[in-house]
Design a protein around this ligand. Sequence first.
Ligand SMILES: Nc1ncnc2c1ncn2[C@@H]1O[C@H](COP(=O)(O)OP(=O)(O)O)[C@@H](O)[C@H]1O
Ligand SMILES: [Mg+2]
Length: 159
Amino acid sequence: MSWRRYCATAPEAQGAGEAFARVLRPGDIVLLSGTLGAGKTTFVQGVAKGLGVLDRVTSPTFTLVREHACENDLGITTLHHADVYRINTLDEVLDLALGELVEESGVAIVEWGDLAATLFGRDVFTIEFDVDQSEGRMLSVDGALAAQRADELDAWGQR
Ligand SMILES: Nc1ncnc2c1ncn2[C@@H]1O[C@H](COP(=O)(O)OP(=O)(O)O)[C@@H](O)[C@H]1O
Ligand SMILES: [Mg+2]
């Protein structure tokens, strides 16, 4: 089962992220896939807004993981934002211990997360970003967690 939402512009992609934050619960992991420039970081900026992150969210390409404190009514206190694009081996991803890093009150969003999907060993959301000819992005949400949040996702996108 998957949900799609078309974003014609970057602000629309941020809006999609902000709305997606309402689907999240403490402990969730979200894996993003799509080419360089597909809009993954842009989407995370929207999620951060939806979670009540106050500091600025930029690409964690060189730091690999950034933690942002957040304030919201969802019980989520930390957003862990990772980008594993520059990681060379799966061992390096394992070293990040992202699964363990997401304590009970945090959520993790991982750019290029499809590269590491098998490492998480628990139910996740996957979001794929496809760029079309007019520079719009089609976002497709899938994964075992998505199936469990069907009602919430119906408010977010189209089945
Ligand atoms: N519809 C759209 N959705 C998302 N980003 C868009 C869109 N149209 C243009 N952009 C631009 O594309 C770039 C996407 O970059 P970014 O979010 O960093 O991608 P990624 O993290 O996937 O490499 C940004 O400059 C953003 O403003
Ligand atoms: Mg990025």
